[in-house]
Ligand binder design. Structure first.
Ligand SMILES: NC(=O)c1ccc[n+]([C@@H]2O[C@H](COP(=O)([O-])OP(=O)(O)OC[C@H]3O[C@@H](n4cnc5c(N)ncnc54)[C@H](OP(=O)(O)O)[C@@H]3O)[C@@H](O)[C@H]2O)c1
Length: 337
């Protein structure tokens, strides 16, 4: 099969190769890959600053994968040949809010081979069925960005209709946050650095928008917009000192879902507001298989369509990575077959 291999850290070590077709074990499926979607994780693995000690080269990169089952091990009960499936990043994390301690050692796209190839092997617990409402390209965007938003809002956050959510920006996690929260009947206050993108956020269901570049004190606006109450859950992708604003923008007992670190990977947190608000500052690590399955059925029922900025061809994988570096509205996809 044709595959891209990461043979060392750095984009110069991403090479197209030919590999033996993998053979499924008793509880594995062989999937003909249709599309993969890129995440910050893929860039961080490539550049060698995401758990470099557990990455044993060469690795077929990219975690998020969608395709069709073409072979199944003799103990497989959940899937049959021809099923359209989506990969689950953490096959050993099936249920429960707390992930197994070795979850990263079994993650797709590093250290386990990912989807940037014509075929991928998936464990039975490493896949879910694709909803009929989505193309494979759309489905490929769900395993990391969408499940992270879902896990923060629904599994940890227990979001209820009428509550208020803040989303930050127009990256993958933020757009799914906006779409899911709006579909759940929550009020969404969406932040972006550009007026044009704020328009898109409104189309996706945000009731209020704030330009965080022009209004660096956006947390005060959140408090004003909610009549002094504050937001119930903020899906924080900014990290850094911005985390203080998220704490100030939540209601008493509200949740700051710590997802990303686009501003800075370290934060100096003012603890008084954390204590006085009894704030739940909660780290989020994507999510488990059961949550993925629940999310898929919600997406199908509400006909939620992922936002894809560009679809690249398999041979243009390098250009797709370069696009990831520049940033995108929503997701960047590579079509394989
Ligand atoms: N914990 C997890 O399990 C998990 C899972 C997925 C992602 N992540 C992390 O979450 C972050 C976002 O991931 P993503 O894939 O959604 O990223 P992305 O697609 O690269 O999102 C980038 C967008 O975020 C917005 N942004 C940047 N700095 C901001 C700031 N200071 N305040 C508010 N918004 C800001 C910008 O939106 P505008 O252009 O509209 O301003 C930017 O376009 C990354 O750090 C990623 O590593 C973590």
């Amino acid at each position: 099969m044709k595959a891209w291999e990461l043979q060392g850290f750095g984009i110069q070590h991403l090479k197209q190769v030919v590999r033996e077709l993998p053979i499924p074990g008793p509880r594995q499926i062989l999937v003909k890959v249709s599309a993969v979607a890129l995440n910050y994780r893929d860039k961080a693995i490539m550049e060698g600053f995401y758990l470099p000690d557990i990455m044993k080269m060469p690795i077929i990169p990219v975690s998020d994968t969608a395709g069709v089952v073409v072979q199944a091990g003799n103990e497989i009960t959940k899937f049959k040949l021809g099923d359209r499936v989506i990969s689950h990043l953490y096959p050993t994390w099936v249920s429960g809010l707390r992930h197994p301690s070795d979850v990263s050692h079994h993650a797709l796209g590093g250290p386990v081979d990912g989807g940037l190839a014509e075929y991928i092997l998936l464990d039975e617990s490493g896949a879910v069925k694709t909803p009929d409402s989505l193309t494979d390209a759309e489905a490929s965007t769900l395993p990391i960005a969408a499940l992270t938003a879902w896990f923060a809002l629904v599994e940890h956050g227990q979001l209820k209709s009428g509550q208020t959510v803040v989303s930050q920006g127009t990256g993958g996690v933020a757009l799914f946050t906006t779409q899911f929260a709006a579909a759940l009947g929550a009020r969404v206050i969406a932040l972006s650095s550009s007026e044009e993108k704020l328009g898109l956020l409104k189309q996706l269901g945000a009731s209020d928008t704030i330009n965080y570049r022009e209004n660096p004190d956006w947390h005060k606006q959140v408090i004003e917009l909610t009549g002094g109450h504050g937001a119930d859950n903020i899906i924080d992708v900014a990290g850094g000192s911005s985390l203080n604003k998220s704490v100030q923008a939540i209601t008493d007992g509200g949740q700051v879902s710590v997802v990303g670190f686009l501003e800075n990977i370290t934060a100096s947190l003012d603890l008084l507001p954390v204590v006085f608000k009894a704030a739940q500052v909660r780290g989020i690590l994507v999510g488990n298989l059961d949550a993925f399955t629940n999310m898929i059925s919600f997406i199908g029922k509400h006909e939620i369509k992922p936002i894809i900025e560009t679809i690249y061809s398999f041979d243009d994988a390098l250009a797709a990575y370069q696009h990831l570096e520049r940033g995108a509205i929503g997701k960047i996809v590579i079509s394989i077959s």
